[in-house]
Design a protein around this ligand. Structure first.
Ligand code: NDP
Ligand code: 2IT
Length: 464
């Protein structure tokens, strides 16, 4: 059953344009949110001409409006006894197909617009996973860099003291993202349990001894590489022997490098916000172990890699450059795994000039709209974030399933399910792109495939 209101007289293209204008007017100073919406809307042109019921039900106006936005003060004492104040957020974007689900980001750049773009992307991504999860995102402008473990703990406890009243295993299930890993999830879970007197699957990415799932830490990187393999398979090709560029050196990058090594590829770069490491000999397992220890235990900077491995080159970040030298190194495949808009049009042009064959996005929205257009026009294998990096949240869904059943699966079982989910996501995107007349365009495939399930659920559930 659908809710049909005023059918309107606008052609689909005009309808989309008018909603886009109103999104910009109602959400000023949120450029990342505008960008994420514009990209999805561009794909939906192909859908609305076939499905006027979505337009009649004003689905686009509804899907861009968060169901709920929570903003709160997070006060805490630093190690000097000084008072610190941060801002906390949770965007509960869409619960049509399941409880809100999505990560928490702790980074000084965090603001409402960035979290709304991430929450919006999450709705479509979670829909693609085949699992019943709605979309949400949250976080804070807190910067964990340079903070002691005790400071991080006090911040997490204060953050959860407010957040706990809004979340729950059947309501909203946060997880990690930039700046939120196993340490932070531990402190957040401890405070939730203390305040609520409940041991539940309210967060994912938990420690293995207390409800976490095997393979969740690896899942985003592994999943992204599985997705890349599926893209290559359509060209009867594999990752064996491929030179690969990876950006970032955090959770997603580390396990992207690991799975690339498993599949016989040769990763040659990693980075952080201070610069790029280029290792022409390749990053092998021993060097990866060095990176994991440097980043997860020592919490150091990636430039230390070049002090340790003398043949590697460190290129410091130069904010005056309008391109990143990492994307100007000749390679076969690129795995952007750091942050949004890290590939500009100039970077995309450099990648294409050097003959890149494949881009698989581990980070969320790492390519600007212009860069995305260049990749699509060049008809390279291009795996957009909401499909390629969905393995992380998919495995969070598997963690929720294990928590509900109060049991835990083996590493092989979780990895096998993750692998099958990534194959299914690729097939859905590939077939949807073909069905809507743009074969090979996985951006359209992901946006349309993700949208349809959520939109139909919204129609079924009435005007809520
Ligand atoms: P981490 O915090 O573990 O690592 C982030 C990495 O990216 C670090 O190397 C960091 O460098 C770099 N980085 C972050 N922000 C910037 C910036 N503004 N400029 C330059 N470099 C930056 O985060 P994750 O690996 O978890 O996340 C990386 C990306 O993957 C994000 O886009 C995230 O949204 C996305 N993602 C994560 C998932 C997950 O399960 N964790 C799932 C799906 C997507 P530095 O240390 O110097 O800040
Ligand atoms: O962007 C993402 O998909 C994540 N940060 C993971 C979210 C999750 O709930 O596991």
């Amino acid at each position: 059953m659908s809710v049909l209101t005023h059918p309107g007289v606008k052609a689909p293209g005009d309808y989309i344009e008018s909603v886009m204008i109103s999104v910009k007017a109602k959400n000023p100073a949120e450029p990342e949110f505008h960008q994420a919406v514009a990209e999805v809307f561009d794909s939906l042109r192909l859908v609305l001409s076939k499905h006027p019921e979505y337009q009649s039900a004003r689905l686009l106006e509804r899907i861009v409006e968060p169901e709920r936005v929570i903003m709160f003060r997070v006060p805490w004492f630093d190690d000097q006894g000084e008072i610190q104040i941060n801002r906390g957020f949770r965007i509960e974007m869409n619960s049509a197909i399941g409880p809100y689900k999505g990560g928490l980001r702790f980074h000084p750049s965090v603001n409402l617009g960035i979290l709304k773009f991430l929450a919006f992307e999450q709705v479509f991504k979670n829909s693609l996973t085949t699992l019943p999860m709605g979309g949400g995102k949250g976080g804070s402008d807190f910067d964990p860099k340079g903070k002691s473990d005790n400071e991080v703990m006090r911040f997490c406890q204060s953050f959860m003291t407010e957040l706990q009243r809004h979340i729950g295993p059947d309501t909203d299930v946060p997880a990690g993202d930039i700046g939120v890993g196993g340490r932070e999830i531990g402190f957040l879970f401890g405070q939730y349990k203390r305040l609520r007197n409940e041991f539940t699957g309210v967060l994912t990415g938990k420690g293995l001894g207390w409800g976490g799932s095997l393979i969740r830490p690896e899942a985003t990187g592994y999943g992204c590489v599985y997705f890349a393999s599926e893209m290559l398979k359509t060209k009867k090709d594999t990752l064996e022997g491929k030179l690969c560029l990876v950006s970032g050196s955090g959770n997603v990058s580390q396990y992207t490098v690991e799975k690339l090594l498993d599949l016989g590829a040769k990763p040659i770069t990693v980075s952080d916000s201070n610069g790029v490491i280029y290792d022409p000999d390749g990053i092998d397992r021993e060097k990866l172990a060095f990176i994991i220890d440097l980043k997860n235990v020592k919490r150091g900077r990636i430039r230390d890699y070049a002090d340790h491995y003398k043949k590697a080159i460190f290129m410091p970040t130069d904010i005056k450059l309008e391109h990143n030298p990492l994307w100007n190194i000749k390679a076969d495949c690129a795995f952007p795994s750091a942050t949004q808009n890290e590939i500009t049009a100039k970077d995309a042009a450099n990648l294409l000039k050097n003959g890149i064959k494949l881009v698989a996005e581990g980070a969320n929205m790492p390519s600007t709209l212009d860069a995305t257009k260049l990749f699509l026009d060049a008809k390279i294998l291009y795996g957009p974030a909401k499909a390629a990096n969905a393995g992380g949240v998919a495995t969070s869904g598997l963690e929720m399933a294990q928590n509900s059943a109060r049991l835990s699966w083996t590493r092989e079982e979780v990895d096998d399910r993750l692998h099958k989910i990534m194959i299914a996501i690729h097939r859905n995107c590939f077939e949807t792109a073909e069905k809507y007349g743009t074969p090979g365009n996985l951006v359209n495939g992901a946006n349309i495939g993700g949208f349809l399930k959520v939109a139909n659920a919204m129609l079924d559930q009435g005007l809520v």
